[in-house]
Write a protein that binds this ligand. Sequence first.
Ligand SMILES: [Ca+2]
Length: 327
Amino acid sequence: MMLRSLIKSLGVSCALLLAAPTLAKPTFEQYVEAFKVEAVDQGYDRVFLDEVFANVKYRKSAVKKDRNQPEFKVTLDTYLPKRLPQWKVDRAVKLAKEHAELLQKVSAHYGVQPRFIVALWGMESNFGKIQGNYPVISSLSTMAYDGRREAFFRKQLFSALKIIREGHIEEPDFKGSWAGATGQSQFIPSSCLNYAQDFNGDGKKDIWKDEADVFASIANYLKTEGWDNSSTWGRQVFMPQGFDTKLTGLKRDKMKTLAQWQALGIRRLDGRDLPERDIKASLIMPDDENGRIYLVYENFHTLMDWNRSTYFGASVGHLADRIKLGR
Ligand SMILES: [Ca+2]
């Protein structure tokens, strides 16, 4: 009898031991609780954390959006008219005029032309109108729990806590995209901490409601990442038939001077010579040799730091050009 029960209990402990390495994934609530414990270890106040996470919810739709990003074939010729319709150009021109004084001040302070600030503002949030409706704490907790990019989203969640603790925004107002991009500049929380500015001097870096802070934060990002306001972003160019496409690409060792590109047969879109300026440029083909071809300068590399998509960079560049043109 005793032996039997011993074997039985041994059997049970063996089963437990075997089960241990494959413990079930914690529930979302358990995951959030464990995160809070870690945050306390990092010096966050428990009461503060309970308040911040009081309304945290698992957002299934955020995970769905992360997993269903469009994979269908897009080209610049279909992307640009969609992302940059005439109404957006008109609005950009109008707003650049309305905010001219403030933009000049920001531009002088950071060394970034106003048209690029307005172009990024327009592309990121439709000039502040679309900032996303996901509560940032919930979307980041969800994405971290989902686990596909856990380390990245945990870092963003810690940055979000810091933003709230520093008093730039209160939790109920802290909204953004499903992936946690927030404010009129659509910064992820770590970018808020690195680049957001308090330009109106009220003590808050308010990238959600205050235009002075928004413009300064965008400009500060560009300046910090190497923007040069004596130059522009690049231009669409003509590439001759049979051109060696191995020369294209954003890698630094493929950059050449405008004179070198000129000698290789690259021309402005209307056939004229390239500008005679001693600057280096990359030749890029976001689609293929039959699609749009661009010569892009150092500033375009800075735009790639903001968002890795060459489509996005070209859109910002085209919008900035249209603002300069005034139509
Ligand atoms: Ca402020």
